[in-house]
Design a binder for this molecule. Structure first.
Ligand SMILES: *[C@@H]1O[C@H](CO)[C@@H](O)[C@H](O)[C@H]1NC(C)=O
Ligand SMILES: *[C@@H]1O[C@H](CO)[C@@H](O)[C@H](O)[C@H]1NC(C)=O
Ligand SMILES: *[C@@H]1O[C@H](CO)[C@@H](O)[C@H](O)[C@H]1NC(C)=O
Ligand SMILES: *[C@@H]1O[C@H](CO)[C@@H](O)[C@H](O)[C@H]1NC(C)=O
Length: 196
C-alpha cells in the first residue's frame, strides 16, 4: 500500500513538472541577453561599436534586450533592434540604447535610457541622402512581462514576453546568454554631440 502511494506521488510530481514546463514560471529572473527568432541579433559589442558609433548589420532582422539586475526590481538594460521594410523604397533601421530599468510593483517595467548614448542608423538605398547615424532616445514603459519555459527549435529555453505600454505583445524573445552580453552599464558619451 505504502509503495503504491509512493508511486502515485511520483507520478503526480511528473505531471506537475510537465505542466509547469509550458506555463508561466517564476523560477528565473529577467537577467541575461534575450533575442528574437534564431537569436541573430544581440546586444553588446557584436553589432554596435560605441567608440565610433558604427553599426554592423546583423544577418537577419530581430531584436535583443539585455538586463543586468542590481536588486530584485532595478538594474541596467540594453537593447539592439534591426528592422527593415521592403514596401516601396527599401528601408533598414538599426538602433541601440542602454540605461536603467525598474520593475514596478504592478509588474510593469520602466526603461530609462542614459541620455546621450542611444544611436540609430537609417538606410534607404534608393534615396542616398538617407543613410546616416543619428541620436536615438526612446524611454519605454512596458505594461507587464512574463517569463515561461518554451520549446524553441527543439530545445527547452526561457521565453521572455514583454507587453508594450498599451498591452500589445512585443516580439517574443528567448534567453541567449546569462550573464548578459552588454556594454559597461554607465553613460559613455559625455554630451549630446551633433552626430550626423
Ligand atoms: C569603427 O571601429 C571599428 C573597430 O575598431 C572598425 O572596424 C570600423 O572600421 C570603424 N568604422 C569607422 C566608420 O570608422
Ligand atoms: C516601413 O514603412 C513605413 C511606411 O512606408 C514607415 O513608416 C516605417 O517607418 C518603415 N519601417 C521600417 C522598419 O523601415
Ligand atoms: C535611472 O536613471 C534615471 C535618470 O538618470 C534616474 O532618475 C533614476 O533614479 C534611475 N533609476 C534607477 C533605478 O537607478
Ligand atoms: C503601474 O505602475 C507604474 C509605476 O508606478 C505606473 O506608472 C502605472 O500607471 C501603473 N499601471 C497601472 C495600470 O496601474
Amino acid at each position: 500500500m505504502r509503495r503504491c502511494f509512493g508511486l502515485i506521488v511520483a507520478g503526480a510530481a511528473l505531471v506537475l513538472h510537465k505542466v509547469r514546463a509550458l506555463s508561466p514560471v517564476s523560477d528565473t529572473g529577467i537577467d541575461g541577453t534575450w533575442s528574437t527568432g534564431t537569436g541573430a541579433v544581440e546586444t553588446g559589442q557584436k553589432y554596435f561599436n560605441i567608440v565610433n558609433d558604427t553599426f554592423i548589420v546583423p544577418p537577419l532582422s530581430g531584436q535583443s534586450y539585455s538586463f543586468l539586475p542590481n536588486s530584485d526590481t532595478t538594474g541596467y538594460w540594453e537593447e539592439l533592434v534591426y528592422k527593415y521594410n521592403t514596401s516601396g523604397c527599401y528601408e533598414a533601421m538599426l538602433f541601440w540604447q542602454h540605461g536603467n530599468y525598474t520593475i514596478n510593483a504592478n509588474n510593469s517595467i520602466t526603461l530609462t535610457p542614459f541620455g546621450p548614448d542611444g544611436r540609430q542608423q537609417v538606410s534607404r538605398p534608393c534615396d542616398t541622402s538617407t543613410d546616416y547615424v543619428g541620436y536615438y532616445y526612446q524611454p519605454e514603459y512596458m505594461q507587464r512581462y512574463e517569463i515561461t519555459t518554451y520549446l524553441h527549435y527543439g530545445q527547452y529555453t526561457y521565453k521572455l514576453q514583454l507587453y508594450a505600454y498599451d498591452g500589445s505583445l512585443k516580439p517574443s524573445m528567448y534567453l541567449k546568454y546569462r550573464p548578459a552580453a552588454m556594454y559597461p552599464t554607465v553613460p559613455m558619451h559625455k554630451n549630446v554631440i551633433g552626430v550626423e
